[in-house]
Design a protein around this ligand. Structure first.
Ligand code: NAD
Length: 415
């Protein structure tokens, strides 16, 4: 069976390619590839049955040349150190490409959060925060939600951190509005992906109104991307969640689907569509495919069968490096994760800025500034791709790596 290289290998390969095309020296490469600090902790938690379980938790602080470390915390059975490190690296390039004043980091706890009660998750999150608080801070490292964590998790972190350092809303982003969260933050990664998707559609000579779209994953990113593209006139023909996929070539009613899911349903409960095999969604004949669920869903096993013209990476690393080569060779325009889903960290930056200034923005301002940042990131990436005749992923990494390398040089960071 063909085998794809690991997510960490793939991420480092993208950095290496940028190092080569930018003509950076090997000394700089080492500084760019190595995480600047990593913490590994054992997290003893008293479970509801009275027994103690020790969970493994990580924070990989990859690079802070451009500002405080920034990145989510993932609760997932696969959230080991290698995985966390790869995701932390991606954050460095994402913040640099979006041109927000942060570095990159990621946190992880090896746990299936669905198997813990709310009070167990609360205790686990507080233990994690207490074990990490000395390396976190408004100007040091600012976590956010990721897979398996949410606004409630951020509220627990803020509360635990505040019990030592005093009331500090800016210590996390993606928190509840009542605690200083930002309007529009939850929808931002999906909205940003849609903004970028529309740009790619227009550059392909079409319009959103004439385009068909398939979206894998109907969570925070997928549902918001689908909704924004639906509002822009695109025909969303298929969506999926972990339980199944649905197809209607005449177009799905996305607001109705959103209502259904918010009331506790799954996408398969939607009546006006045919059931579809979950994996088949990725191979549909459509203009735009948005994988917005998990990693590695397009691999060497299925890459040759993908028929979309444009792929917008709503999720982080949904395409393995080996599959990426096959898709680029086939002429598919891939909008890479560090560009496509950067709306999340851009809105996190706005949330942090509001917290630091103790001044809340209206939704209209958040969305206007988000769209501006996303368009700027698209412009700089597209211009570089056109100039060098490269893929959008290659161009995005070139821009991001050159920005981080430049800052490292100006700081004279190397001791
Ligand atoms: P989420 O948990 O809100 O939603 C995930 C969705 O994917 C759910 O609908 C789930 O049912 C579905 N799903 C899971 N496995 C699936 C499978 N095998 N097939 C089809 N659907 C499946 O998560 P999210 O916040 O939307 O994150 C999705 C991806 O986007 C992740 O890779 C995450 O790292 C990335 N991301 C999230 C943000 C953010 O701020 N939320 C920002 C940037 C990137």
């Amino acid at each position: 069976m063909a085998h794809d290289s690991s997510m960490l290998d793939g991420t480092i390969a993208s950095i290496d390619a940028a190092v080569r095309s930018l003509g950076l020296e090997d000394d700089m490469r080492q500084v760019l590839v190595e995480p600047w600090r990593e913490i590994q902790v054992g997290l003893p938690v008293r479970m509801d049955d009275g027994k103690v379980r020790v969970f493994h938790g990580y924070r990989s602080q990859h690079n802070a040349a451009r500002g405080p470390y920034k990145g989510g915390i993932r609760y997932h059975p696969n959230a080991d150190l290698d995985h966390t490190r790869a995701l932390g690296m991606l954050m460095t390039w994402k913040t640099a490409l979006a041109d927000v004043p942060f570095g990159g980091a990621k946190g992880g706890v090896i746990v299936d959060p669905r198997k813990l009660s709310t009070s167990e998750l609360n205790r686990l999150t507080r233990r994690y925060t207490m074990s990490m608080h000395h390396v976190l801070g408004v100007n040091r490292d600012i976590p956010a939600p990721d897979l398996g964590t949410n606004a409630q998790t951020m509220a627990w972190i803020m509360d635990a951190y505040g019990s030592i350092h005093g009331h500090t809303p800016g210590i996390v982003t993606g928190k509840p509005i009542e605690l200083g969260g930002s309007l529009g933050r939850a929808e931002a990664p999906g909205r940003g992906a849609a903004v970028i998707g529309c740009r790619a559609i227009v550059d392909s000579g079409s319009t959103p109104g004439a385009s068909t779209v398939a979206v894998q994953g109907f969570g925070a990113v997928g549902a918001s991307a689908a909704r924004t593209l639906f509002d822009d006139g695109a025909k969303i023909i298929a969506v999926s969640d972990v339980d199944g996929a649905i197809l209607n070539t005449s177009g799905l009613d996305i607001p109705a689907l959103e209502r259904l899911v918010s009331e506790g349903g799954t996408v398969s409960d939607y009546a006006d569509a045919d059931a579809l095999d979950n994996d088949a969604l990725l191979l549909l004949d459509c203009d735009v495919l948005i994988p917005a669920a998990i990693e590695d869903v397009i691999s060497v096993q299925n890459a040759s069968d993908v028929r979309a013209g444009i792929i917008v990476e709503g999720a982080n690393r949904p395409i393995t490096s080996d599959a990426d080569e096959i898709l680029v060779e086939a002429g598919i325009n891939i909008i890479p994760d560090i560009l496509a889903n950067a709306g999340g960290v851009v809105a996190s930056y706005f949330e942090w800025a509001q917290n630091v200034q103790v001044f809340n923005w209206e939704l209209e301002r958040v969305n206007r500034e988000l769209d501006k940042k996303m368009n700027e990131a698209y412009d700089v990436t597209k211009a570089r791709a056109d100039k060098n005749g490269s893929s959008m992923r290659k161009a995005a990494f070139d821009v991001a790596v050159s920005r981080v390398a430049e800052t490292i040089k100006i700081r004279s960071y190397v001791g």
